[in-house]
Design a protein around this ligand. Structure first.
Ligand code: SF4
Ligand code: SF4
Length: 362
């Protein structure tokens, strides 16, 4: 078992310069919407933070979430974060296989019982005893319940783990469920998205290490710092929306001029995520910049709601939230489903605030 030394020691070992680390801290402070000048305090806290044990379980998923996290080139914010945690078990990334891999999970669960972070991607099949997805002869449900017992907190990475995602889409042949549908006695953070933005995953981990507590969450258990606004709130095409300038086809003059994609089905007004601010691929762009509307991948039931190329209810300049659009338009299918799930999952906020980083390595 590895010694979980301080982050400062680890970074020195990895040859990461102080300058690169401070740059990372400044970016993290900015991402977490902290006041100017917070980077030094963030750096001091992160430098002394001990690396927590992390167990990552992958269930019914496409590995897109892991792909998202690893599509980065060193040195990046994401790779720095990997130095901040001790990734003791991860199906895809670990070197061990077979019995040795299962033993490494058992060892970490025993050694850090009550202190490790459990990251989960993928939904959990529950029909027919969970036989539709097994690892080492054990159902995903069995593995989740076992690992959840000793976890300090659970991070549901991606829309499948957070809300059921595509595996839960009708007719849901495997009885797929979200982590929060099955685990009720642990703090759960949902980092939704299909896949989620890597810097959002790392930002949540950095917040946990820096402040010793979980970040503030929205009514769906998502960190407000990243999901507090809609894509539409921060979209660079928003001025065209406000002026009523809409592309009618993907190759008309409006599309060539970069006008709003609302009439081509963009779900930005009802989708909470950070794509328009953090962007993708090292901050180079996001789908709307590539000319395609948002399909709402970070919201519950986005796949069943479908209608990817059908416009939302009529645009109203003042109305940009899910609730607002529902009130004005009588709630389209996607909006109604979203509101229903928000109410259903509201309980998840209640137990999160008091967990501290001390719990991870006392
Ligand atoms: S509708 Fe879509 S493309 Fe238009 S401003 Fe909103 S998010 Fe951007
Ligand atoms: S723009 Fe919309 S559909 Fe595309 S990744 Fe972001 S939230 Fe998902």
């Amino acid at each position: 078992m590895k010694d979980h030394d301080t982050l400062e020691h680890r970074l020195t070992e990895q040859g990461i310069s102080r300058r690169a680390f401070l740059k990372f801290c400044a970016a993290m402070a900015s991402l977490m919407a902290l006041p100017p000048g917070s980077a030094t305090a963030v750096a001091a806290a992160l430098a002394q933070a001990k690396r927590p044990s992390v167990i990552w379980l992958s269930f019914q998923e496409c590995t897109g979430c892991t792909e998202s996290l690893t599509r980065s080139h060193s040195p990046t914010l994401e790779s720095l974060i990997f130095d901040m945690i001790s990734l003791d078990y991860h199906h895809t990334l670990q070197a061990a296989s077979g019995f040795a891999a299962e033993k490494s999970r058992d060892d970490a669960m025993k050694a850090y019982y009550g202190k490790y972070l459990l990251l989960v991607d993928g939904s959990i099949p529950t029909k027919d005893g969970g036989v539709y997805s097994t690892i080492a002869g054990r159902s995903n449900l069995d593995l989740l319940q076992e690992a959840a017992k000793g976890a300090a907190a659970i991070v549901a990475v991606g829309t499948c783990a957070a809300f059921g995602g595509i595996p839960m889409a009708k007719p849901n042949p495997t009885g797929a469920m979200a982590v929060s549908d099955l685990i009720k006695d642990k703090p759960i953070i949902n980092i939704s998205g299909c896949p989620p933005i890597p810097v959002v995953i790392t930002g949540v981990l950095a917040h946990y290490l820096t402040f010793g507590e979980l970040p503030a969450l929205d009514e769906l258990g998502r960190p407000k710092a990243f999901y507090g606004e809609t894509i539409h709130d921060r979209c660079y095409r928003r001025p065209f929306y406000d002026q009523g300038k809409f592309a009618k086809t993907f190759d008309d003059e409006g599309a060539r001029n970069g006008w709003c994609l609302y009439e081509l089905g963009c779900k930005g007004p009802t989708t909470h995520n950070a794509c328009a601010t953090t962007k993708w691929n090292g901050g180079t762009g996001f789908p709307i910049e590539a000319g395609h509307g948002c399909i709402g991948c970070s919201e519950p039931n986005f796949w069943d709601a479908g209608s990817f190329y059908t416009p939302l209810p009529a645009p109203t300049a003042e109305v940009t939230t899910v609730a607002g659009i529902a009130a004005v338009a009588g709630a389209g299918a996607a909006v109604a489903l979203s509101a229903l799930d928000r109410a259903k999952k509201k309980h998840m906020q209640q137990t999160h605030e008091k967990l501290t980083v001390k719990d991870l390595h006392d």
